[in-house]
Write a protein that binds this ligand. Sequence first.
Ligand code: GLN
Length: 430
Amino acid sequence: MKTPVPDYLNHVLSQCNLNDSGALADYIPELANADPNKLALALSTVDGTVYTTGDDDVEFTIQSMSKPFAYALAIQHLGLEKVLQKVGVEPSGEAFNQISLDAKTKLPKNPMINSGAITTHSLIPHDDQISRAEHLRRFLSELAGRELSFDEQVYASELKTAFRNLSIGYMLRTVGVLDEDPVDVVNGYIRQCAIKVTVKDLANITSVLANGGIQAKTGKQLLDRGIVRQVLSVMMTCGMYDAAGDWLSTVGIPAKSGVAGGIIGVLPGQVGIAVFSPKLDEHGNSARGIQIFERLSNDMGLHLMEGTPSAQTIVQRRYSPQQDDSIVIYELVGALQFAEAEMLLRIVQEEPNGNNTIIFDLNNLSLMNDVGRRMLIEGIDRLIEDGHEVVVVDPDYLIEQELTDRGQVMTIYRHLDDFLSKLSGLTKSE
Ligand code: GLN
């Protein structure tokens, strides 16, 4: 058996190949030389598997898809609070290169439009040896798992016609958002946009965002979970510029486009997606790229607002091995998040007070998030206060210690049999 995923991706690509709408970006002269027929798609899973199809080895410039990662680096370097003092998080509803500031705060509205991105670029760490763009290139190389390089031609080409971005730079300098030479900062930002990638690189990069900042192949935490959340939030509301609302309702996943024709999208906990097709719609987003995302989101049920419904079951069974309720076992199944923890505690509150033993068997739990863990332990505390003895069967070390938050003791076993055999006086078989 071969997995059907590559065939499916091929099929989507061949259908979208028929769409000939849009036009090449030409305000960066070099981009007008791109082959308009190129088309590629890559999809990554959170375990680091990448499927690619179409022109997947064609390199193109990352352009505005660099903005979320510059933002991430700035937050990692300075902390979110300092970054928020320079760039907001409100969707602008304006074109990506609008020369504008927020009327009230006098700051760029968000880090995904050029004014915010030029500001964010200035917040990336740098020193005499390593420029900000180089710093970002190294970071993206680590995320991509290979050494990326700059497209010197596109860089030089954009520099020659960067009048609009220079205007934005001077505006930012005038109001004190930038406090250094705006020409240098804009040059650095344009260099950041000229990092070359393939859809495969982008899929590897987005897989780290989908996986809460952890690169699955190396197991390294490359970005803090909180930074990933911040970056994805801003991508969700601002990543597609003045088409962000349309994108949210039709595709519904955090995304960022670039003017060379790339779009990346990330569904947290599930997949990263990257497409490339150079012709752009009127908002500067890849026309065929949008169509591919709409198709994938529909077919694969990726829209964030569909959520992941709770399985509506957490207790697989409640039973008593000795038929007398002196021991009651709750066998849990599935994911223990807020909705399931609420359900579990509502069920367990029916236990009459007493000094019997209550066992939570976590063997079949697939996931326990932080709030699920805290609620379970709170429930355990309350059961102990009601007089029960509490045992947890925790083969996967989901609970860190036998002491509850209130300093009470639950007993943890790795296997239910260990507990039961001890109970019946049998010696444990190793
Ligand atoms: N380098 C481009 C610019 O600043 C990036 C814009 C984009 O990709 N939307 O104009």
